[in-house]
Design a protein around this ligand. Structure first.
Ligand SMILES: Cc1ncc(C[n+]2csc(CCOP(=O)(O)OP(=O)(O)O)c2C)c(N)n1
Ligand SMILES: [Mg+2]
Length: 1098
């Protein structure tokens, strides 16, 4: 039995004499019929579920039921059984018995059951009539769902070919073929599918029942289409024509996978409504002017710098008008700030023509000039920018930022999202109405890079959403030298976006007006639904990957075709001239005017002698550095009352404790916390909490994000208490400390390191007065976010002179748990620090802070909660921002010794870069035979073993808490204190890991082993002898008079060591290994024993 039979079966129950139009009304009229119809006759109203839009669904339910009655909702099951058994109208349907959420085949029949219209008509109702109407509905739906498969998207006409070469077993080509089967251009000459065949791809066999004469028959339009406009019925040929105009011309709309009828209807309306794509003359002229600039910019650079790489936009010049259209439209809808991320392709053009970055700044980047300020800089097509400007179309001021990024494609995506989210957060823009992120992608990168998927999955998470991102893909159908056949397995490069139900608008980039239409729809979609949307600009790349690449080596046929194509500016100008919208003279005038602007800027740029990295900052922190002493941090100790208050709150149940049922285990934890408050001590979790709490009190927003951070991987944190009886009823003590405190955000993230770390980095870039922390589940997982660590965090300030105080919490330590989860790869973070192991900075009163300001990041491995408290607070106390990498403990979280007294955190205390020996050995300086330096948890093992061996007065142990920058001054002080002691470095990590290779040369330098001492106030000179500014001279000009104000620049000072300590540091620890830790518990225990013997045996 098929759908028609099901329906005719149902129709057989229509009382004799019921007019056919009544049936037709429900069959094809849907809600429209319903709205205008008089009340249904009783017999039919008793079975009021049949309407036009549901007939497909009825069939689907019926087929599913036939296959397996259990696969459908119980109400359908009952209904079909009853109708099969001959039930009378009104008797077959029974209300669903369950309130459970229905799944696909479990949608209750009641949900699609409007009344049936009893309109009047005379045509006898036959199976044929019903089937014809159903077929028309099928056709309409087919175009909506699959019209994009035959849309003329590709200016080259090769995209369908690329995919149809796949073996049928891996991809049924007739299904996946998309794009250009009816386009006229095909460089490969084998695009042989004619238009009737391609149409069949969409409508499949729905058309079989119609012949030419049926084309003039009128059909009533169902509520699922808007092609009729005000018409209720249309001839079949007109229905098909309008559907093809909507779905198969230059725009291919992919949206029918979206699980929301409202959203699907919204999109249908935006593309199907007659005349909706029409553009007025003024907009056409504006579009032409924007295209002229886009084209002119690349042409100018090509002429002036013919051998320079610029990753030009030729072949996708429409990108500039497209972005501007999205911005115009969104601005008119209330957006004030745009945060953008984009790859190399067309970046300079976007900087100039979308952001209006001064052309001189761009041109000087080509001139090979020295830098005039701090930073290593970056190539011009990676740099960011921030501009505030007037949007001329809406006459509103807007902010535009392009986030600087590395070469690593798509890595910037989560950073942009984090920055956007932060802007929204700090502006109180809880719905994303004011701040919008736009992400640009290349086709190969969009489908190839996993970070795209990871970023999409942040899009709807409560603490990570940016309330919809507009994605624009420059789909030039090639990635470097690889075409889509070899670079992806999905039909479209955009398929990744389907996972979040984002609509995807494929559009032929050579049809500028179609592009503008999808841009408007995308902006409206985002404004209406606050969800992601994708614009896929199907285009081509006129040159090689860059301007000095030869594309004919690898894509000869494609490029033969490309060479014959006219640039889109010519196509569009010709079109507008032929329409009489502009004259040829006007187009020339617009071109010449822009050419003049370019020439003038080019001339002005010639007089520049330097480039300035500061011109390219994407996240300026205006006011933050103002009036600060660049070398003074505010104290980190806090008043005892504050400690007590925060700790008490942290140890207490919610204020409404009697109504809030807490887990018993948590009650125990809270009690033990209260015990600690009484004893004026903190464990790790309390140390962290009081650091956060005291910052919150001071108005500093704290955001802690990562996998399972709310409870903590090791069940030690418990920042969010869950009511054991009421879903979503939670209590967060740190968010409820003081009435006027800053907000506290703690959020479990998606299971992604790359995206979430990138996101938090972006978040941290927005507001320097926020402590943003990302915690890895275990420290070793940080390597799946390696790109963010290498490309952004360790080198970001140097490349892009932008700062971040982001904190990475990386659980680290060898607890016998196997090769994984033991090592955060401390050695890698240390290897990437930018301090020179051979240079001993001059000791001075501001030594510690100078070191911090000079280094790229701080690496710490604290052994006490008190020190953790201080180092976290110091992040905000510093007058600048540096990333902080902390190796955090596991067993120390509950270690009885790893506690700190309030005395270590009150006013007057501070972070201890090293914790020197304080036991009996400290009082026996001359008698100490060995001074062991170590870091982190191993200290507790060493101290316990030393005590057990009874040698506490002859071995001193000093803990290096801040490993980088290396505390030379304190290390030297400690060495000097025990002049006769052997110096040992002991670590639990294997010798080729951990801090050893970082520590060894630096201790040697501290001991003055034939190493230069260079004063740290050296001034770097460029090749022409210009003095370049350090970053703090730039940000704190009042504290650093320029050399013209002083008598002369200070030359680097080199001094011979005053005294040399001949001692050599010995290593005591595990041998080298390929694996971070053994998987065998016994071996682990043996290794620990060996390590301790090695370190302590005298
Ligand atoms: C993660 C990463 N891998 C490799 C590269 C090297 N690379 C630079 S551009 C490019 C091709 C990019 O193709 P697509 O995304 O389609 O952008 P298009 O250059 O075509 O605009 C490649 C592979 C890179 N930059 N980043
Ligand atoms: Mg590409």
């Amino acid at each position: 039995m098929n759908r028609a039979r099901v329906l005719s079966h149902l129709l057989s129950r229509v009382p004799p004499g019921t007019p056919v139009t009544a049936v037709r009304a429900w069959l094809i009229g849907g809600a429209r019929g319903k709205a205008s119809a008089p009340p249904p006759p009783t017999a039919l109203a008793a079975e009021p579920f049949l309407n036009g839009s549901s007939s497909n669904y009825v069939e689907e339910m019926y087929n599913a039921w036939l296959h397996d009655p259990k696969s459908v909702h119980q109400s359908w099951d009952t209904f079909f059984r009853n109708t099969s058994a001959g039930a009378q109208p009104g008797e077959a349907y029974m209300a669903p018995p369950s309130l459970a959420q229905p799944t696909r085949h479990h949608v209750p029949l009641s949900s699609i059951a409007p009344a049936i219209s009893p309109a009047v008509g005379r045509t006898p109702l036959t199976d044929n009539v019903i089937d014809d109407h159903l077929a028309v509905q099928g056709i309409i739906r087919a175009y909506q769902a699959r019209g994009h498969l035959i849309a003329a998207l590709d200016p080259l006409g090769i995209d369908r070919e690329a995919l149809s070469e796949r073996p049928p077993s891996t991809m049924p080509s007739r299904i996946v073929i998309r794009g250009h089967s009816i386009a006229k251009i095909d460089p490969l000459g084998i695009n042989t599918v004619d238009s009737s065949e391609s149409r069949e791809l969409v409508v499949r066999n729905y058309m079989n029942r119609f012949n030419e004469s049926d084309m003039d028959r009128s059909f009533k339009l169902p509520m699922s289409t808007f092609v009729g406009g005000n018409e209720k019925t249309l001839p079949l040929k007109e229905i098909i024509k309008r559907l093809e105009d909507a779905y198969c011309r230059s725009i291919g709309v992919e949206f029918m996978f979206i699980n929301s009828l409202e959203q699907c209807n919204w999109i249908r309306q935006k593309f199907e409504s007659p005349g909706i794509m029409a553009m007025n003359q003024q907009d056409k002229r504006l579009l032409l002017a924007r295209l002229t600039r886009s084209h002119g910019f690349e042409a100018f650079l090509a002429r002036k710098f013919s051998s320079e790489k610029r990753f030009g936009l030729e072949g996708c010049e429409i990108l500039i008008p497209a972005m501007k259209q999205v911005i115009d439209r969104s601005t008119s809808l209330g957006v004030e700030s745009f945060v953008m991320g984009m790859p190399h392709r067309g970046r300079l053009n976007v900087l100039s023509n979308v952001c209006r970055k001064p052309l001189e700044h761009i041109f000087t980047q080509f001139a090979g000039l020295d830098t005039g300020d701090e930073g290593s800089g970056d190539v011009k097509y990676h740099l960011g920018t921030y501009q505030e400007r007037l949007n001329r179309v809406t006459n509103k001021n807007i902010r535009l930022a392009i986030v600087a990024n590395p070469s690593h494609l798509e890595a910037v995506d989560p950073v942009v999202q984090g920055k956007t989210r932060a802007e929204q957060f700090y502006h109180g823009d809880s719905e994303g109405n004011k701040v919008l992120s736009i992400l640009l992608h290349g086709d190969a990168a969009f489908s190839g890079q996993g970070i795209v998927y990871e970023t999409f999955h942040l899009s709807e998470l409560p603490e990570y959403t940016t309330h919809g991102t507009i994605h624009v893909v420059v789909n030039n159908q090639i990635g470097f030298t690889t075409d889509p056949r070899m670079s992806r397995s999905s039909p479209y490069c955009t398929d990744v976006a389907r996972v979040v139900n984002a609509p995807i608008f494929h559009v032929n980039a050579d049809d500028p007006e179609a592009v503008m239409h999808v841009c408007n729809v995308a902006a409206d979609w985002r404004h209406t639904f606050h969800k992601d949307v994708v614009i896929d600009l199907v285009c081509y790349r006129r040159n090689g990957h860059n301007e000095v690449d030869e594309p004919m080596f690898t894509q000869p046929l494609m490029y033969n075709r490309i060479r014959k194509l006219k640039p889109v500016i010519e196509l569009y100008a010709d079109k507008l001239i032929s329409e009489g919208v502009v004259s040829a003279e006007e187009t020339k005038e617009v071109r010449d005017r822009y050419e003049k602007i370019l020439e003038e800027a080019f001339t002005a740029a010639k007089s520049e002698t330097r480039v300035f990295n500061k011109h390219w900052i994407d996240s300026p922190w205006s006011g933050f550095f103002e009036g600060k002493d660049p070398l003074r941090a505010t104290p980190t100790g806090v008043h005892e009352d504050t400690l007590t208050h925060i700790c008490k709150r942290f140890a207490s149940a919610p204020p409404n404790a009697s109504d809030f049922v807490i887990h018993r285990g948590l009650q125990r934890i809270l009690s033990s916390r209260m015990e600690m408050v009484k004893a004026r001590t903190v464990d790790w979790a309390m140390g962290e909490a009081v650091a956060f709490g005291s910052l919150l009190k001071e108005g500093v927003h704290v955001r802690l994000s990562g996998q399972d951070v709310e409870r903590g991987t090791f069940s030690h944190r418990h920042h969010v208490l869950h009511h054991q009886k009421v879903d979503k009823s939670q209590y967060n003590a740190l968010a409820n400390l003081y009435p006027d405190q800053a907000p506290y955000t703690v959020c479990n993230s998606s299971l992604s390191e790359y995206a979430v770390l990138g996101f938090e980095l972006g978040f941290s870039m927005t507001n320097p007065n926020a402590l943003v922390l990302w915690e890895a589940q275990f420290g070793d997982f940080n390597n799946t976010a390696q790109c963010i660590i290498d490309q952004f965090i360790s080198s970001g300030q140097s490349k892009w002179i932008r700062q971040t105080g982001l904190v990475l919490l990386l659980p680290h330590g060898m607890e016998g748990m196997g090769p994984e989860h033991s090592s955060s790869r401390l050695e890698r973070f240390l290897q990437m620090t930018s301090d020179d192991p051979d240079v001993l900075p001059a000791f001075s009163s501001d030594f510690a802070i100078r070191q911090l300001s000079d280094i790229n990041w701080i690496v710490a491995n604290c052994s006490t909660p008190g020190n953790l408290f201080h180092v976290l607070r110091r992040q905000i106390a510093l007058p600048f921002r540096k990333p902080l990498i902390i190796m955090t403990p596991k067993s120390l979280l509950r270690h009885p010794e790893a506690k700190s007294s309030f005395d270590d955190m009150v006013e007057g205390t501070e972070f201890q870069r090293i914790i020197p020996e304080a036991g009996p050995a400290a009082k026996n300086e001359a008698g100490v035979k060995r001074l062991i330096f170590c870091s982190g948890k191993v200290y507790y093992d060493l101290a316990a073993a030393r005590k057990e061996a009874g040698i506490e007065d002859s071995i001193a142990i000093a803990r290096v808490e801040q490993i980088a920058p290396f505390p030379y001054d304190l290390i030297k002080q400690e060495c000097d204190k025990y002049p006769d002691a052997e110096l040992v470095w002991s670590q639990e990590e294997h010798k080729n890991m951990g801090a050893w290779s970082y520590i060894q040369p630096r201790i040697a330098t501290a001991l003055n082993h034939e190493r230069h001492i260079v004063k740290c106030d050296k001034v770097a000179n460029d090749s022409e002898g210009h003095e370049s500014q350090s970053w703090y001279e730039y940000w704190f000009p009042w504290a650093f008079p320029t050399s013209s104000q002083t008598e002369a620049s200070i030359p680097p000072k080199r001094e011979t060591p005053i005294a040399s300590d001949t001692r050599v540091l010995r290593y005591a620890g595990r041998p080298v290994s390929a694996s971070p830790a053994t998987g065998n518990k016994k071996t682990h225990t043996r290794e620990v024993k060996q390590l301790l013997e090695d370190a302590l045996a005298l």
